[in-house]
Write a protein that binds this ligand. Structure first.
Ligand code: PBG
Length: 325
């Protein structure tokens, strides 16, 4: 039985009715804002390709985090720019480095704000790759030790959750064991489980000064052609002890989010990455799209695909829009 008995428009005719049948809701509780911590004092410099996002020194990051908390956003994820880089990325596990100091300062000022840290070596290594190199090859197993040191240092500083983004095999298990051995069995792991080798990371690499000095990340990050492989990656990370799994980027990989949501029962996160953010801003600046409406539609699409949490540079703006409704 079809038309005229069935009329799909009946349930769309009034805003209240539309609210009642709405299948997906975006809430401020779903948002996680990335922040970039840099050396120095009193620094707040806008990142040109990411309007509204800044390089912040430790003293300024606390002010920023307070604004975030006041907006009702439950969490931030910190990325660090080191003072100096070396082949091993040793500032990655220094308790005096910007991220470790920022974690401690934020948790002291705002104990109810959840502080996550990105665990990777690429911001810290002089060659910009995500671990230990032998010539042009990135070595998997020796990198695990460095990642574990970094994760433990973040936990020691007070991080609530660590988020390895390097894509080495076995890193979730290594980090879990390292955290547990140091008494941090309550620190959760959000694994960048299905992280693709993506051109959408461009603005971030400029912001984090983490572009590889040679080659690319195709030998460790995933091939955008692969979907089944993403499910294997996620299954392995859950098996190794991941509390939350992430798909990254978000928008070109909504199919992966949907498949992951249907296949696994751990909380699912999506990273709405820098290039996705920059494209919306660039088009909105030209007056080609309504930036705010596009932002909300994109975030909703990520929720609809199955992600519970969204790491996004839109978190502040979206929180403001949500507070109006
Ligand atoms: C570090 C890392 C990257 C991003 C998050 N963690 C860059 C990369 O893998 O090259 C990208 C985030 C973004 O583009 O917003 N490995």
């Amino acid at each position: 039985m079809g038309f005229p008995t069935h009329r799909m428009r009946r349930l769309r005719r009034h805003p209240t009715l539309r609210r009642m049948v709405s299948e997906t809701r975006l809430a401020v509780d779903d948002l996680i804002l990335p922040l970039f911590v840099c050396p120095g004092e009193g620094v707040k410099t806008e990142i040109s390709s990411m309007p509204g996002n800044h390089h912040l020194s430790v003293d300024r990051v606390v002010d920023e985090a307070r604004e975030v908390a006041d907006l009702g956003i439950p969490a931030v994820i910190l990325f660090g720019l080191p003072e100096t880089k070396d082949p091993e990325g040793s500032e990655g596990w220094s308790m005096d480095a910007p991220v470790q100091r920022a974690v401690a300062a934020i948790k002291q000022a705002l104990p109810d704000l959840m502080v996550l840290t990105d665990v990777c070596m690429c911001e810290y290594t002089s060659h910009g790759h995500c671990g230990v190199l032998d010539g042009h090859e990135l070595l998997n197993d020796p990198t695990l030790e460095l990642l574990t040191r970094a994760a433990v240092s973040h936990a020691r500083a007070g991080a609530d959750m660590v988020a390895p983004s390097d894509m080495m095999d076995g890193r979730v298990a290594a980090i879990r064991a390292g955290l547990d051995a140091e008494g941090f069995d309550q620190v959760a792991i959000m694994a960048y489980a299905a992280k693709y080798s993506s051109a959408f990371y461009g603005p971030f690499r400029e912001a984090a000064d983490s572009a590889p000095a040679f080659g690319d990340r195709k030998a460790y990050q995933m091939d955008p052609a692969n979907a089944d492989e993403a499910l294997r990656e996620i299954a392995l990370d859950i098996d190794e002890g991941a509390d939350i799994v992430m798909v990254k980027p978000a928008l070109p990989y909504l199919d992966i989010l949907r498949a992951a949501h249907d296949s696994f029962d751990v909380p699912l996160a999506a990273y709405n990455v820098s290039g996705e953010f920059a494209m919306v801003h660039a088009a909105a600046q030209r007056g080609w799209i309504d930036g705010e409406a596009v932002m909300m539609e994109l975030l909703l699409s990520i929720r609809r695909a199955g992600a519970k949490m969204i790491l996004t540079y839109f978190a502040r703006d979206a929180a403001r829009v949500l507070a109006r409704h």
